[in-house]
Design a protein around this ligand. Structure first.
Ligand code: HEC
Ligand code: HEC
Length: 462
């Protein structure tokens, strides 16, 4: 391929190719990344505004869902709040605790600090009867590091980092931090099985209705599992069990496209992250070895978040606006955007998609710029977690959307990227790319410094 060929030539030729290519992008890009849902808001509310096309008569429902998302839930019994059901084990008391301002979580700042907006999925070798990860016999599928009085928690995972030095093609140094996770199950919850761990930070949760509205056939059409076009990039669709539908579905949410629908994702978060039951998952999350957990669970009956609440929450998750791109007329951004395609980033981070049908009509038929193909890619050994998730291997991750990338610092006050937050900014995130993305990473690493800056300026304008 043309680009592949260029990548193996000297930097001079690469620069020359850009000079030829750049004048072609005369027309400024469209700022409306989320189609008609897009809001021009670049402050701390950039990830939590109602879609611009939300009809006035739907606003109340949006705010009802928003309240369920932000409310701190209490352990039962509690007559002082309508949000009761947290128990027996959990990770946080609210959805917003991990997704602050509908934004992104972060890893602990110092070694030994507790995780506050990320979680660690676990499993043992093998697959469940629905084809998913196999639960650890005494810990389940996720480490719940908090619990109500009288119930022991499942312990905490510690993270520490060591620096790995590298150099750009022009000799400029960089350093990446490699995480290391330490965990040992509390007494009574051990087993002989090796524990597979997948640490994951909470992603931002705007624009998700639009991603749900992309036609399955469009996603599958971009997959190239056997790399027939021989561009080094395959892309596979995940297929997962969807408890809401009671059927297998294309996976599109979660860092490994391990969840098939927003309703399932929200019900899974209620139970797995907060210990709150719903009609989708009506049984508290207490593996057989956790006697106190089972004893407390036996005291409650009925679902803790009823179908109305789960539906309102899901409606809310469908209807949060995508923030508008900024500086679309800036020639630097234009150059960076051209580079993004030229060096092969767009092969996975699909710039333009048209959504299909959706029961929530505000997200249907929109021309959007999510910068994701929603497919799984092998990202190499360095990013691998070694924990399969339905069809996703231990080295595969779903291409994350890049819309809103430049607003994370404004909304969440940090710049940590990738599934476990190891990257301290955009350049580090790119430098961690391996596997199918190794060629694109090398083209980035060997760009002249000013071109690297142009690319990052473009990404920061999303
Ligand atoms: C303990 C932290 C934590 C809590 C609490 C939490 N989440 Fe999440 N959320 C995550 C993580 C981590 C992921 C990625 C999960 C994965 O990859 O499997 C996620 C993923 C999601 C996604 C999918 C986003 C995407 O881009 O694929 C949605 C939607 C979501 N959460 C909604 C919620 C809702 C609603 C609640 C409250 C009921 C909630 N979350 C509570 C950590 C949390
Ligand atoms: C082969 C597919 C592929 C290619 C090519 C690719 N990416 Fe990615 N990108 C991914 C995947 C998958 C992840 C998530 C990896 C993880 O979290 O471990 C990711 C993560 C990112 C992130 C962090 C996003 C977040 O939410 O944390 C940025 C920024 C990014 N890519 C930019 C780029 C740029 C710029 C290029 C071109 C130099 C590029 N990517 C090329 C698949 C790809």
């Amino acid at each position: 391929m043309f680009l592949r060929f260029l990548a193996h030539r000297s930097r001079f030729w690469v620069v020359a190719a850009f000079l030829v290519a750049t004048p072609g992008i005369a027309a400024a890009a469209d700022a409306a990344s989320g189609g008609a849902t897009t809001r021009t808001v670049a402050n701390g509310n950039a990830f939590s505004s109602p879609a611009r096309n939300l009809p006035p008569q739907w606003r109340q429902r949006f705010f009802d869902g928003n309240q369920i998302f932000n409310a701190p839930w209490a352990a039962p019994p509690n007559a002082d709040t309508p949000f009761v059901g947290l128990s027996p084990t959990f990770n946080a008391v609210s959805c917003a605790g991990c997704h602050p301002r509908d934004g992104r979580g972060a890893p602990p700042v110092n070694a030994g600090d507790a995780m506050t907006s990320m979680l660690v999925r676990i499993s043992i070798a093998g697959t469940s009867e629905t084809g998913g990860p196999l639960a650890h016999p005494s810990l389940g599928l996720q480490i719940n590091d908090k619990s109500v009085a009288g119930v022991p928690s499942e312990g905490a995972v510690g993270v520490s980092y060591h620096e790995v030095a590298g150099r750009y093609g022009d000799g400029a140094p960089f350093s990446l931090r490699q995480p290391r996770y330490d965990y040992s199950p509390p007494d009574g919850l051990t087993s002989d099985d090796a524990i597979l761990m997948s640490p994951r930070v909470a992603p931002a949760v705007f624009g998700l209705g639009l991603l749900e509205a992309i036609a399955e056939s469009d996603i599958v059409a971009r997959a190239d599992p056997d790399d027939r076009d021989r561009d080094g990039i395959s892309g596979r669709a995940n297929r997962v069990w969807d408890a809401t539908a009671g059927a297998a579905r294309l996976g599109r949410f979660g860092w490994k496209a391990n969840v098939g629908s927003l309703r399932d994702q929200n019900a899974g978060a209620f139970l797995g992250d907060m210990g709150i039951t719903t009609d989708v998952f009506p049984t508290e999350n207490c593996p057989p070895a956790q006697r106190d957990c089972l004893r407390i669970a036996a005291r409650t009956s009925g679902v803790e978040a009823d179908a109305q609440r789960l539906d309102d929450l899901t409606f809310y998750m469908e209807s949060v606006a995508v923030p508008a791109r900024r500086r679309v007329d800036d020639p630097v951004v234009g150059r960076g955007e051209a580079l993004f395609s030229q060096i092969g980033c767009a092969a996975c981070h699909t710039p333009h998609v048209v959504t299909g049908d959706h029961a929530n009509r505000i997200v249907a038929g929109q021309t959007i710029q999510p910068f994701t193909d929603l497919l799984l890619h092998d990202m190499g050994d360095d990013l691998a977690d070694g924990r399969p998730d339905f069809l996703a291997s231990g080295a595969e991750w779903r291409t994350p959307p890049l819309w809103g990338l430049g607003l994370i610092e404004t909304v969440n006050g940090h710049a940590f990227l990738l599934h476990d937050g190891r990257a301290r900014g955009i350049a580090e995130a790119i430098l961690w790319h391996g596997g199918e993305a190794a060629d694109a990473r090398e083209r980035f690493r060997t760009l002249p410094a000013d071109s690297r800056e142009d690319l990052i300026t473009f990404l920061r304008s999303l």
